[in-house]
Design a protein around this ligand. Structure first.
Ligand code: SF4
Ligand code: SF4
Ligand code: SF4
Length: 622
């Protein structure tokens, strides 16, 4: 549901720049929830008269538009419901146009008569998008419950075309009209108006009305895949379908596009686009119910900032992020949210649609070529570039020790990891240091957030992580070169257990090792109480965690406490482990210094402190 259509190089540049600078270049103004039609799948339309009490006045919209313009907005999409039912539509439209906005309108077209056509000829919009719901009155009757709907839309096409108003034909495909597709393509050819098909409908989360038949109207993923492919070919009638199939497969087998963003939304929503509904509620996209802010209580600038910050915390599905089929799939933050109820959920409907689409595309090739592509695709799927460990480091004003920490992680003998650095609103140079490191190594991902505490920072990291195993390190700690490799090996051997290693603490003059003081063999199989009494249990940086358990059981750090949060986290995790297993090796060092996180609460130290390894001491001195 993108509002800015960058159709020439200047607009593309503008749009890219707006994305980079987080400028709200374009937004949807959803004027009304009302409509003169009643499409089976529609859950936006609600003609309850009481809702008129919430509808913003033209003056309110103009005020919002003024604020949006000050923030950098240029493009506005006027939509609904049916926006032409908005009583002050013409007044608002003229005001927005005279302010310099570039306007696009989404309408069902059935209300457009000579008068409307003359109006748009006098005040031409950038374009009017008219949704065509079928290729005849019969379809309109059964799908939209307006028996002459088709005739009305065709009239609108003619009236507006005669007046040279720029038009586009949006086509929402559902069970009731999918068989009309060829005829729709024919209408598009005859009128010269390009048609844009939509085959994936977002499930209802807005719940403006419960009175809809969404799920019986929406096509199955397989039907949607077939319609999508058919529509693609119909839009390019002069190109051999086999050639089109090959071109589509190239997007899968060619170089994979770099991940756009790992957190937040991967589209323009909250980066350069926004949405405002008829009540004045501001959100990143019209498909989402959260995060949102009322513009009746807050300024546009504050709403943009708040929704951007909140959206950045939304971590979309990790499987989608690393999926080799992504270039074929229409997944986005809104599809995850609307299909699964969670931004991080995997939208099964879209997985099925994508798989079906790939199969149908392959069917256009002869057997030999199909086999060749199948082999190529299988290799790509198995090679999908997912790291084995996600390492999360919360960072707060740690410039003094940060490089030592990061260098020790980057020197790991184990290479398959992603390093997620969460800058928790540092006011020193920590954020800059992190950004510099991120330039050096593509495995490093930096997230900057407002200061919320170590638990919230770690939670942000957990939500972003995509590897099967998860580890933590604190920014004033550092680790042995084999920290990852040894814990990972042990974890792979004992996937049902809580895996931990010994820890060095103290300082250069007085190093101490916290240890179970038992051999690895003796330790295996002992109860958690033994690991608790050893002093190794309450911390997270000497352990490796199964991310699937954390995700499945929604285990997070308690952000309301500032003491013992690691232990509380481990208590939650331990519920799903068989036993505690410790490596008889000290792989991380937690220095005691005045300003750092201290280990004073650590339980047990060996009577005779052993010396840390040469490597650890060398790092400590640097
Ligand atoms: S989240 Fe999805 S629906 Fe919303 S603007 Fe982005 S791509 Fe469109
Ligand atoms: S035309 Fe659009 S807003 Fe109106 S009922 Fe149909 S889907 Fe809903
Ligand atoms: S929805 Fe499924 S196919 Fe699409 S990107 Fe996500 S995991 Fe891949």
């Amino acid at each position: 549901m993108e509002v800015i259509e960058a159709s020439n190089s200047l607009e593309r540049m503008l749009s890219r720049r707006a994305d980079e600078t987080r400028t709200p270049l374009g937004g949807g103004f959803e004027l009304l929830p009302f409509c003169n039609m009643n499409c089976n799948m529609c859950y936006v339309r609600n003609n309850t008269p009481d809702l008129w009490n919430y509808v913003l006045s033209a003056e309110q919209w103009i005020d919002i538009a003024r604020q949006a313009m000050d923030a950098g907005c240029l493009y506005i999409l006027l939509t609904g419901g049916e926006p032409l039912l908005y009583p002050d539509f013409k007044k608002l439209y003229i005001a927005l146009q005279s302010m310099g906005f570039i306007l696009t309108i989404n309408t069902n077209g059935t209300l457009i008569d000579e008068e409307w056509a003359d109006f748009f000829a006098q005040y031409p919009p950038r374009r009017i998008n008219i949704t065509l719901y079928g290729a005849g009155n019969e379809t309109y009757d059964k799908l939209c419950h307006l028996s002459d709907g088709f005739d009305r839309v065709i009239r609108a096409f003619h009236l507006l075309s005669e007046r040279k108003v720029s038009l586009r034909m949006n086509v929402t495909l559902v069970k009731e009209n999918r068989d009309d597709l060829e005829k729709i393509a024919e209408i598009s050819r005859e009128t010269g108006i390009p048609f844009i098909p939509t085959t994936h409908l977002f499930p209802p989360v807005r719940k403006e009305t419960e009175d809809h038949l969404f799920f019986s109207s929406r096509m199955t993923p397989e039907e949607a895949a077939e319609s999508r492919l058919k529509a693609t070919f119909l839009r390019n009638p002069d190109v051999d379908p086999k050639e089109q199939a090959r071109a589509l497969l190239k997007s899968l087998t060619g170089p994979r596009a770099a991940a756009v963003r790992n957190i937040g939304f991967s589209c323009k929503a909250s980066y350069s686009e926004f949405w405002i509904n008829y009540k004045g509620e501001f959100s990143a996209c019209g498909m989402l119910t959260e995060p949102k802010v009322s513009l009746l209580k807050h300024s546009f600038a504050d709403a943009w900032k708040f929704v951007g910050e909140q959206s950045d915390q939304k971590i979309t599905c990790v499987t989608c992020r690393t999926c080799a089929k992504k270039s074929f799939c229409q997944t986005c933050a809104a599809s995850c949210f609307t299909e699964t109820g969670s931004f991080s959920g995997r939208p099964e409907y879209l997985c099925r649609l994508t798989d079906a689409m790939i199969e149908k595309v392959l069917d256009y090739l002869d057997d030999e070529e199909k086999e060749k592509y199948r082999k190529e695709l299988n290799t790509i799927y198995t090679k999908a570039d997912i790291p084995l460990i996600s390492i999360v480091v919360p960072v707060y004003n740690a410039e003094k020790y940060l490089k030592r920490c990061l260098d020790s992680i980057l020197m790991q003998s184990f290479q398959s990891y992603e390093l997620i650095l969460v800058d928790d609103g540092s006011s020193d140079h920590s954020g800059l240091i992190l950004d510099e490191y991120a330039q050096l190594d593509s495995r490093i991902h930096v997230i900057h957030q407002e200061n919320k505490g170590v638990s919230a920072a770690r939670n942000t990291g957990i939500r972003k992580a995509c590897a099967p195993w998860l580890m933590f390190c604190d920014s004033d700690d550092y680790v042995d070169i084999n920290w990852c490799s040894q814990l990972y090996r042990k974890a792979e051997e004992n996937p049902d257990d809580m895996i931990m290693c010994n820890v060095w603490t103290g300082n250069e003059l007085n190093p101490k090792m916290i240890t179970l003081n038992v051999t690895e063999e003796e330790m295996n199989g002992v109860s958690f109480s033994r690991s608790v009494s050893s002093g190794l249990y309450p911390y997270v940086w000497n352990k490796i965690y199964r991310r699937d358990l954390i995700e499945k059981h929604e285990i997070l750090f308690d952000e309301t406490i500032s003491f013992n949060e690691d232990k509380v986290f481990n208590d939650l995790y331990a519920q799903y482990c068989r036993k505690a297993v410790s490596l008889n090796a000290s792989l991380c060092i937690h220095p005691v210094h005045e300003e750092g996180l201290t280990l004073t609460a650590m339980a047990k130290e060996t009577e005779e402190a052993e010396q840390p390894s040469g490597y650890l001491m060398a790092v400590h001195k640097n």
